[in-house]
Design a protein around this ligand. Structure first.
Ligand SMILES: C[S@@+](CC[C@H](N)C(=O)[O-])C[C@H]1O[C@@H](n2cnc3c(N)ncnc32)[C@H](O)[C@@H]1O
Length: 273
């Protein structure tokens, strides 16, 4: 399978530092298979997320025992195991069977086998529909290919990626791991946006939204007037302006409601037409 020079170049540039021992704070002492940072993978090489970065990722995601955390390309299992240690159910999908076996042994050694599961498979084929959090370390080209799957997830699902941004998406937060973490210490958090494209009935009239990931544009037809609408959706939170009026609220399936300021101030609600 194709693995771009870009990926090899960028991840290999981290390799020199990784193998110097500064990041692998807990080297793998498995007695069996030992992965080597930079070793080939199906669509991206293996480089582990530093422990301080994965802690930052799970902290930014506010992972709780109610979550189901998935890592696509789960490597030695460290992200999944860390999530399980926070009480969450977690699953890794990893193509390399040796890494899957190692992850399974690591989870047992850490006493979290009941909550940390690993499956051998291709991340592009994986069922991610139950995930409430995706905690990833993938390249932009991997993320781009996964975007259609991401957009199928419920509004508000948290997606974090170590290092790289999801192309064309707008992060809600960027964080940096503390301590002497270097490299791969910057994390981007995204929320899957509610799907609001289409026509909605507001008390003031009808609004037609077009949606490009988080960005909304549209027209509000009210009282014989047409007003340009601009807005954003972050998870299930919506905000849009129509003339001088500002609408903020929450989207829940085919309904949205909230508060408006300006001439139409007060509570508002809308239903999908
Ligand atoms: C950059 S490493 C990240 C490892 C781990 N997520 C972490 O943060 O430490 C990427 C991992 O993806 C795996 N991988 C590459 N292509 C894959 C694919 N198509 N499906 C599943 N795993 C894949 C590699 O074997 C490697 O372990």
């Amino acid at each position: 399978m194709r693995k771009s020079l870009h990926s090899i170049h960028i991840l290999a540039s981290a390799l020199a530092i990784l193998v110097s021992g500064t990041v692998l704070a807990q080297p793998i002492q498995d007695g069996g298979f030992e992965p080597t940072p930079g070793q080939p993978g199906k669509d991206v090489v293996w480089v582990p997320t530093p422990y301080s970065t994965l802690d930052k990722m799970l902290e930014m995601a506010k992972v709780t025992p109610r979550d189901f955390v998935m890592d696509l390309g789960s490597g030695d299992g460290r992200m999944v195991i860390a999530a399980a240690k926070r009480g969450a159910r977690a699953q890794g999908v990893e193509y390399n069977p040796d890494l899957v076996a190692l992850s399974t042994r690591n989870a047992a050694a850490e006493g979290v086998s009941d909550r940390a599961r690993f499956v051998q498979g291709d991340m592009y084929e994986a069922d991610i529909s139950q995930a409430t959090v995706l905690a990833l370390f993938l390249l932009p080209e991997n993320l781009r290919k996964l975007v259609p799957k991401f957009l199928q997830l419920p509004a508000g699902t948290r997606i974090l990626n170590n290092g790289y941004k999801i192309p064309d998406w707008q992060e809600v937060e960027t964080g940096t791991a503390g301590g002497d973490c270097e490299p791969w210490c910057t994390v981007h958090l995204y929320l899957v946006p509610a799907k609001v494209e289409g026509t909605w009935r507001l008390p003031a009239g009808e609004v037609n939204f077009t949606q490009d990931f988080q960005t909304l544009k549209g027209v509000l037809a009210a009282g014989g007037r047409m007003q340009q609408v601009e807005g954003t959706v972050k998870g299930d939170q919506i905000r849009f302006t129509a003339g001088l009026d500002v609408y903020t609220g929450r989207v829940s399936g085919n309904r949205m409601s909230g508060e408006a300021s300006g001439a139409t101030g007060g509570h508002w609600s809308a239903t999908r037409k």
